[in-house]
Design a protein. Structure first.
Length: 320
């Protein structure tokens, strides 16, 4: 960040983020924290898991963010009979009886994997290579996906019968688990007013694809002080029960703690959080701000925690 052009780009990112928030708020009422985390994960080249009951405008939120960022968007409704080829694409015979690859919906910038826990593990795992490598392999051929590439999966916390919970290895691929709550009273009145009138709010593109890629590179360049690295690693180590630095609450209420990827995402998210708040380097407060969405799906509660109603958020709060 020593170079003047990087500092100028950092200032530009903070301004563009404010513009994005304002543009998205034309369609999405409230949910400022959710919007901030979604944009943070995109600028960090990460993926997010959205958890919320039906009717909280999860799909509309992702569509709106995609439009404001000028990104191609595809939605896939995950069902028990969905096959990997329905997402990735498949080879078919054309009129001349030559094999031709037909691209699936994953060949887009933003993928909304709606109710990802409704489909079997075989289909869920079809996303893994794409999320990690930005490419898919079909019949031995490797196809690179367009950049930026962002998977946003949703889960419904009710009606768990007949679902396939995501395995820990796949959950770990998601940078954030973002929980959506019901809107506040005033916000809900505004939602009802807007959605029951003939007035339709439209949003326009605020940032281009090339600008997003520049911001993703900039986040990597942000310098971090050693004490911030140490705080992030200590926080993750404290979550590992019976480990060298284990916290008492982890020993009592956790089966498993977070892995090294949690530390990587804590630092990356803190860097981006600093930039959108007009700072050039993250501090410990930035780590604290992003700790809950980074850690909540990476710690596994034991039976005692579930029996006593101790939530992941309560454990993370105590660790902080």
């Amino acid at each position: 960040m020593a170079e003047n052009k990087d500092v100028a780009l950092a200032d530009e990112l903070a301004v563009d983020f404010s513009k994005l928030e304002a543009e998205i708020s034309k369609k999405i009422i409230g949910q400022k924290e959710v919007v901030r985390l979604l944009i943070t994960s995109l600028f960090c080249n990460g993926h997010s898991l959205l958890v919320g009951v039906p009717g909280l405008a999860k799909t509309l939120l992702v569509q709106t963010v995609s439009k404001c960022l000028g990104l191609d968007f595809n939605r896939v409704q995950f069902t028990p009979d969905l096959m990997p080829s329905d997402i990735l694409g498949a080879e078919t015979l054309d009129k001349e009886r030559n094999l031709r690859f037909i691209k699936g919906p994953i060949f887009s910038n933003v993928i909304l994997a709606d109710e990802i826990n409704r489909t079997p593990p075989k289909t869920q795992s079809a996303l893994l290579e794409a999320m990690q490598e930005g490419a898919v392999t079909i019949a031995g051929m490797n196809y690179t996906l367009d950049k930026p590439f962002f998977v946003l999966a949703t889960q419904n916390p009710i009606e768990q019968e007949g679902t396939y919970p995501l395995p820990e290895a796949q959950l770990d691929r998601f940078m954030f688990m973002i929980k959506l709550n019901y809107p506040g009273y005033e916000d809900e009145i505004e939602v009802i007013k807007r959605t029951t009138s003939e007035e339709i709010s439209k949003v326009s593109e605020v940032i281009s694809k090339s600008q997003i890629l520049k911001y993703q590179q900039l986040v990597r360049k942000v310098p971090v002080a050693d004490n911030v690295f140490e705080y992030a690693v200590n926080l993750v180590a404290k979550s590992r029960p019976h480990g060298e630095k284990a916290d008492a609450i982890s020993n009592e209420y956790l089966e498993w703690g977070a892995g090294p990827r949690a530390g990587q995402f804590l630092v990356l998210a803190a860097k981006c959080n600093a930039l959108i708040n007009g700072k050039y380097s993250p501090d410990i407060e930035d780590i604290k701000e992003v700790a809950t969405p980074v850690l909540r799906h990476r710690i596994v509660r034991n039976f005692k925690a579930e029996a006593e109603g101790i939530s992941e958020e309560k454990i993370i709060s105590d660790l902080l």
